[in-house]
Design a protein around this ligand. Sequence first.
Ligand code: FAD
Length: 561
Amino acid sequence: MKVVIIGGVAGGATAAARLRRLDENAQIVMLERSGYVSYANCGLPYYVGGVITDRRKLQTPESFHDRFRIDVRVRQEAVEIDRESKAIKVRNLETGEVYRESYDKLILSPGAHAVIPNLPGIDNERIFTLRTVEDTFKVHGFVETARPASAVVVGGGFIGLEMAENLRDRGLDVTVVQRGGHVMPTLDADMAAIAHNHLRSHSVKLLLNSDVTGFEERADGAVQTNLAQSGPLAADMVVLAVGVAPESALAREAGLDLGVRGSIKVDEHMRTSDSDIYAVGDAVQVKNYVTGQDALIALAGPANKQCRIAADNICGIASTFTGSQGSSVLKLFDLTIATTGLTEIAAKAAGLDADYVALSPASHATYYPGAGSMTMKVLFERGDGRILGAQIIGTDGADKRIDVIATAIRAEMTAADLTELDLAYAPPYSSAKDPVNMAGYMIENILEGRVEQLTWEQALAPVEDEVLLDARTPGEVARGSIDGALHIPLDELREHLNELPRDKRLRVFCQSGLRSYVACRILMQHGFSCANVAGGYGYYQQTVLDQEIRRRGIADCGVTV
Ligand code: FAD
């Protein structure tokens, strides 16, 4: 059997290795347009930042051949698929020669290319994208030799923010320009506020709701980025990270069925509409595991699983891919931003009756030194309490909790199941009630009517006969509260019940939502009408701070944001 693989990085190289492990006799040819194979794109931003320094860790075609006996050909581009005769046309990018390569089975793993908008001045040499090793060496070389002092990063997704951090760490003055109202589409706006504040605290400037209209070269060589909503920005370099699009031209020209945004349609065995052609990775349409809807989810984890499945099926093992839920994690300076499943926006767009709890637990028992805090937003379906998604941002322990919740989503667990998870505990690592258990308890309390929950938006809406009650300590209140709120610390609440209005509903908040829940339970059992404000004052502060800075248009240090 002869298998040809187009694309030799995440999906292609993994498929090749799996094929070899399953079939020692298969003839396997792997074609890669760039000069490198089997590397981790995910590490590229950190080479620019100087965190990863050793180029020798890159796999070579020779080392890949030695281990797997695969015919690895770099700088070879597949330019046409002839399905009739089961052959592809390949162009040798070194010599220009075009030759045919026959196949019994073909695997397409061409990935996704960086979107390059058709804007005036886009071909300026100081505008970079980041996808391949070659791109990375280009950016790195420019940073090393030209010593730029400033950069504009267009796009506030994963790659944009990783580049912003790495360039900032190299001492550049960095501005992130983002078209939408917040960075990271995998976050809801309230959680993204935490990322905004953190970027600003590391002196990264943020321009939100900003559309780039074009670029110009200035007399001093700098690139001027023109914006629709504000004045131009001059910088020594620009990184474009405005998203990726599936590389499906070959598949389209070969007449294979396409799906969402031109991605390649595959079945659960990763087979395209031609039974001898498989496709995997960023180029293919997948099922969103939570909604069951068709989706495009470009991440390394799903790509790796899909290519194993394609190789299995080629070798007679009928394994299946059941969908992606978009679990992701990003390092943003000293913060971890981790997500899985649906955001609130995505859940609503999918027509689900979703609600969420927000909590700010410590990463481990606070009496043990070094505990960090995290903010968690966990989405669930009203009714049965099925867990739909989570966003966790923190300095420590966020990645561990997101993986637990990702597993719970995969197992279609409910809030009740979260409360029962038997998670490892010792003071340096967690609390006896882990934050994931806590999220489950909170959802259960809402579903079972033990407490009513309000979002901050609801809590701040002026409604007659409703008052805010701040259950925090005087010290906390002195550091800031909500205008007009009553203040009674939780521990003194029972002694002051007669000071509270019985004809009004109390909207109770504390710092994180926990003490206010306890306050609500006391109040309810004394006949008061009340609701707990999700996430507490800490959550409010992050969002309000972000909004306030955006409204004023200046940051504390005086820079435009
Ligand atoms: P790729 O790994 O991109 O490989 C496709 C290869 O096919 C390319 O090398 C291309 O040159 C080659 N090719 C295309 N067309 C042809 C052709 N006609 N002939 C020959 N060769 C061809 N994901 C995460 O989950 N976590 C991360 O932290 C993360 N960080 C990332 C950081 C960066 C800078 C980038 C670019 C991506 C990152 N990703 C991350 C995404 C992840 O790398 C991709 O999801 C994954 O690589 C997809 O695998 P793939 O095989 O589909 O495509």
